[in-house]
Design a protein around this ligand. Sequence first.
Ligand code: AQP
Length: 318
Amino acid sequence: MTRLSAITPSGHAHIGNHLGALRRWARDGGPGDLYFVSDLHAMTVSYNPPRLRALTRELLAVLVAEGIDPARLFVQSDLVRELGALSWVLECTCSYGEAARMTQFKAKGGGTGARLGLLTYPVLMAADILLQGADSVPVGDDQTQHVELARVLARRFNSTFGEVFVVPSATTPPTAARVRDLAAPERKMSKSTRDAAGVVFVLDNPDLIRRKLSRAVTDSYDVVAYRPEKQPGVANLLEIYAACVGVSPREVEFRTYGELKTAVADAVIEELRPLREKVIELLADPAELDRIRKDGAERARDRAAHRLDSALRLAGVA
Ligand code: AQP
């Protein structure tokens, strides 16, 4: 089985990415699993090119530092030519209605003024999946529709031109922590949030982590209890603590909010310390990171080559 997962360099990696996904990718990844930094997907909104390049490199370093096998990693844009070619073939089999129906396109302000890339990015995502021959794509609810489109396009290509693609399925990843913004616990912690006060980044130093946690929003109940509906801020802190130390949030006991915040800060600092150190070490050794990236690109291109060649040939263009 080949499971394909990605992280978009829309900002710096945070503790939510780590606890909710990356840590698990490193721990549970099977020999066929693949992971990539989806830098081309970060171009569908306004972005800064040098920052995108730096974030892509940083996220690759984070994935390696998490302990994911470098042989299973690649950067999406290293396959830009292959993906560009397959995206075009797939776009020519996909209707405007199918693309415009995507709820994410609508949610992100899709309309006549939207970038075309925002409309067609699910087709690029289909190309990501189909080129690597992934049969399973673990995604949250917001992405299942895109995997469904990849499924439709794979089937359509196979039945119209000839069998080339594995038909992928969306799978639900095992439940993991869903970390919320410390300053606004009604929303999830996000890489692209403008105000970083409520976001703990993997590369934040211990003092900054302590400061962000000491300012985390709580409530006026003044009781440390796990009641996500009534006390979302406190519940979020309990969940972060529990995910770091490996217990259930319901079994955690603290007397005061101050005590809770100090314990969460200590746990987060300890959880992130080895990861942060390793990322810094990797970023300081450009040759090693370049080697990992080049190696990953070659493997990913090798996996893609025969499918792309067959698809182009069957589509009558090469
Ligand atoms: N707050 C979170 N708690 C738990 N898991 C999270 N993930 C993201 N945020 C949280 C998981 O991290 C993986 C990679 O994320 P992504 O690049 O696919 O983008 P995302 O889900 O849109 O993450 P962000 O950080 O919120 O970025 P932006 O700001 O660009 O939207 C995914 O497996 C995701 O579930």
